[in-house]
Design a protein around this ligand. Sequence first.
Ligand SMILES: *Cc1c(COP(=O)(O)O)cnc(C)c1O
Length: 431
Amino acid sequence: MSQYPLQDTTFLRGLADEIGTPFLFYDAEVLRARIEAVKELTSAPGLASRYAMKASSAHLVLKQMRDSGIWIDAVSGNEILRAKRAGFPMGAEPPVVLLTADVFRDNAIDVIRDEKVLPNLGSIGQLGILAQAGYRGPVGLRVNPGFGHGHVQACDTGGPSSKHGIWIDDLPDAIAKAGSLGLPIQLLHAHVGSGPQQDEFNANVVRLAHLFGKLLPTLPDCNAVSFGGGLPHSYQDPELAADLGPLGRTLRDAQKSFSESAGREMRVEIEPGRFFVAPSATLVARVTDRKSTQPNEKGAGHDFLMVDAGFVDLVRPAMYGSFHRMTVVSEAPGPVRPWAVAGPLCESGDVFTRDDNELIQPRALPTPEPGDFLLVHDAGAYGAAMSSNYNSLGRAPQVWWNDGRAVLMSRRETLDDILASECEESLATTA
Ligand SMILES: *Cc1c(COP(=O)(O)O)cnc(C)c1O
């Protein structure tokens, strides 16, 4: 079997016949390589790495993280419970699982209290809410330092337009409030990048280190600083391996200077999501048809390649205009032409080939026949995790490829799955 089995049409047809299309295909080897890269980056004493599990919370991905000694950043009560089921220890000593949230929803507070997981708070009000609910443990404070980056503005993680964290000028109030409620501050946290360039990410970390270094002497219980996630993955060119050397040096320097200014041994953390998982999965779709529109006074015409995967399977292009590499797998591909690749949803925005302005941006691809395959690469982060069953389409199955063996890690969602929460129950409340 080839190193990358999805280029093998016999293998692909076999899988497609067995489980149908579309599906997500995870390569465990690729995931392990990224895990090793992050472990190497944080191998010095006093450094730690978490996986921001919202990027992909599939149990086999989580188990791979657990087996590799990676910790978890969760964002909801249910994410904590998924981590628990995958075998991660609960409790805050050490805080193997961290809950980062600006808003407590559903079971979040109950799970924090019951599992004694360290909560990382994004507003001052949350301190009061937790204390009111009977929580008496340590907390982390997520700070909005006033700067940061997103791969698009909707993803800004720091600065005036970001909803995340406690605005830097309000931090003294937050510290005073935590003190008055008897909630020791164990962690200072900021997540200032989601997909910026590597050097910009490093520069942000240096600025943060300066900011946090000044605060630490005033926080006697604080034993950790987190620089968040946002390690970039190059969606354009996967061969362009990020040079993590400068970031490693920055983290080691920060760990030393934090420990000096605090007068105790500090832990320095990062919590990448996409960098861990983005390249590990490929969305496999079947080409269903080709069709064209002609130019008129409203605009240019396009050649559409219709496929059976859509933004219910991978929303990044439709939501952010994100670029994903694509490959046609065909026994007899026709000439390369510009194709607009579009999916099955009753929604004109269901197009995978988009540009930054979210306009249709045709892609040069070999011409496939209906029945051939289209691979959408780097779908491991925010693919299945952001999938939906819009149009009552069942969520696509996920396949785990490990040591030359394919394992079904989640089956296709059925109508019964989709309807499982529907009911018609009288409520007690009256007007
Ligand atoms: C989303 C998120 C991450 C991961 O971001 P990536 O860009 O996937 O690395 C890390 N930390 C927090 C708090 C987040 O919200």
